[in-house]
Design a protein around this ligand. Structure first.
Ligand SMILES: *Cc1c(COP(=O)(O)O)cnc(C)c1O
Length: 395
């Protein structure tokens, strides 16, 4: 029995994970499984990746001791500032790594799925940087709702293909991207935006985001004289910013892990994206994980005010952390997240993304000791959410 919370050689985290892909993709996925680790661990890759993270993304991102919020919550609260990255969130850490990998594997074309457009923008950005053609699949409804990000992707040179099947949102865009991949398995690299999808994607994305916890270790050593916190906190959609935050502490029992998923209007209302609370075991987009579904296994649409957390699945790493109780998982409703966003803005002068505000809202569900060191990842900045925030201010 493997007691670690890391992935095993078959791509499983406990009972979750694996690679359930159509026959036609088997060889492509197998090829990726065989090549991703040797390439990611090579000196050449690491040199290029770290240089881009430093000079292009602007890393290391600061670890900021939030003085007024620390006072309010009675602990030593540090904010890990992924909101200060180029393009405004953690997603760029992953897309830079995947496009370098794609190039080293000889791929010539990039595809991606996007919901709100954040991952689409991060992918279009690195495709411009690397001069690669880029097709982004996005549900037609989201294309309408997220027109600013659509224009960004277009300005960056990507082709945005609206998907008109199903509910015309993220799940349908992902299905369409997988269909494209099936048609062009030789020359196309599929850049997935979170710790989801068939093995090796969850592990690959977690590794590419693990720069976050690598920096936390060094920064805490400097600021606190020890390399670990008492608590790590992050929001979870698919799970990538959380995976990056906890990566180097997964098996360190001194560190408690707190995850915040999107409750939407409330788990019990059914209008929710709280997959860990409301989901059952199933297979979604190539992995065995927790999935929001009807009794006969149809995927239920996720609902959250926050577009980045609006996914009916969850990364297999996080499903395992939750069922084995390594992580405490809170479901945070829309109104709690909104309130937390305003609180952080007024106490610290930092407008967080609505996704990140879910992690902030979890603070008030906890009790700390005064000397507890808490690190909370601010996954992105709130510029994209201003309309939502200001509507609330009026109402
Ligand atoms: C996409 C996004 C998320 C959710 O994705 P994860 O893979 O769970 O990290 C969270 N915060 C921001 C700012 C995002 O853009």
């Amino acid at each position: 029995m493997n007691n670690s919370f890391s992935v095993d050689e078959r791509g499983f985290y406990g009972d979750f994970g694996g690679a359930y892909v159509p026959e036609i993709l088997y060889a492509t996925v197998r090829n990726l499984q065989q090549h991703y680790l040797p390439i990611l661990e090579s000196q050449e890759f690491q040199d290029e990746y770290m240089q881009l993270l430093r000079d292009y993304v602007g890393r290391p991102s600061p670890l900021y001791l939030a003085r007024r919020m620390s006072q309010k919550y009675g602990c030593r609260l540090y904010l890990k500032r992924e909101d200060l990255n180029h393009t405004g969130a953690h997603k760029i850490n992953n897309t830079i790594g995947q496009i370098l990998l794609a190039k080293k594997m000889g791929k010539r074309r990039i595809i991606a799925e996007t919901g709100a457009g954040q991952h689409g923008v991060a992918t279009a950005t690195v495709c411009a940087l690397m001069d690669m053609p880029c097709v982004v699949y996005q549900g037609a409804l989201d294309v309408e709702r997220q027109h600013v990000n659509v224009k960004r992707m277009q300005m960056l040179g990507a082709e945005v293909r609206p998907v008109r099947t199903g509910n015309q949102t993220l799940k349908d865009a992902t299905n369409e991207a997988i269909r494209d991949w099936c048609c062009h398995p030789q020359d196309t690299f599929y850049i997935i935006g979170s710790t989801v999808g068939p093995h090796p994607y969850p592990d690959m994305v977690a590794r590419l985001q693990s720069i976050i916890s690598k920096e936390i270790r060094e920064q805490l050593q400097q600021k606190e004289g020890r390399s670990w916190p008492d608590y790590l906190m992050a929001c979870v959609g698919g799970g990538s910013n959380a995976a990056g935050t906890i990566y180097h502490y997964l098996d360190d029992e001194r560190v408690r892990i707190v995850l915040a998923e999107a409750g939407g209007q409330g788990v019990e209302t059914g209008h929710t994206a709280a997959t860990i609370h409301a989901g059952r075991v199933g297979i979604l987009h190539g992995a065995r994980t927790l999935v929001m579904q009807t009794p006969d296994g149809q995927i239920v649409e996720a609902e959250s005010l926050s577009a980045g957390l609006d996914y009916p699945g969850i990364g297999p790493m996080h499903a395992n952390l939750a069922v084995r109780r390594r992580a405490t998982v809170f479901s945070i409703n829309d109104d709690e997240a909104l309130q937390a966003a305003f609180e952080m803005t007024r106490l610290e002068g930092i407008i967080p993304a609505l996704e990140s505000a879910h992690a902030v809202a979890a603070l008030r569900k906890m009790t700390f000791r005064a000397d507890d060191v808490v690190v909370l990842t601010v996954s992105g900045r709130g510029d994209k959410d201003l309309d939502t925030y200001l509507e609330r201010l009026k109402g």
